[in-house]
Design a protein around this ligand. Structure first.
Ligand code: ZN
Length: 136
């Protein structure tokens, strides 16, 4: 024997009853109220459909801020052994003094290299060059 299920109209309790009880009155086992055994279960009042969800606002990625242009420009200076700062006589001590004097003005040595310069007919000598830079 199959049973039918329906809901108590008073307490919404699911009630199971035999098919032979169809159309008869019975007491709800949950709330005690008299209910009629119905074949088609009482439909629970459907809840109003939830409001349609608005699609989440797409967060527009903020464009990366343009890199700040360096307000200060680099300035470079090339120092050679022939620079008048050496007073015609080049020596490591003189170079150090000159570099220090330039450093006091913000110059920093960027690179040091030696180049071969023709010093006379059939003669070449290496000459030291110092590249310095600073922010303007
Ligand atoms: Zn009930």
């Amino acid at each position: 024997m199959s049973n039918i299920q329906f809901h108590c109209p008073h307490c919404r309790q699911t009630i199971e009853a035999g098919l032979d009880m169809l159309g008869q009155l019975m007491d709800c086992p949950a709330c005690g109220q008299t209910v009629e055994v119905q074949k088609s279960p009482v439909k629970l009042p459907s809840l109003p459909p939830p409001p349609p969800r608005l699609p989440p606002k797409l967060k527009m990625p903020m464009p990366p801020a343009p890199p700040k242009m360096a307000s200060k420009k680099k300035e470079y200076k090339v120092l050679t052994q022939r620079d008048p700062a050496f007073g015609g006589e080049f020596s490591p001590e003189k170079l150090e003094a000159v570099l220090n004097s330039f450093a006091a003005q913000g110059w920093l040595v960027v690179s040091v290299a030696t180049i071969s310069l023709p010093a006379g007919p059939g003669c070449a000598r290496d000459e030291l060059i110092v590249i310095m830079g600073r922010n303007q």
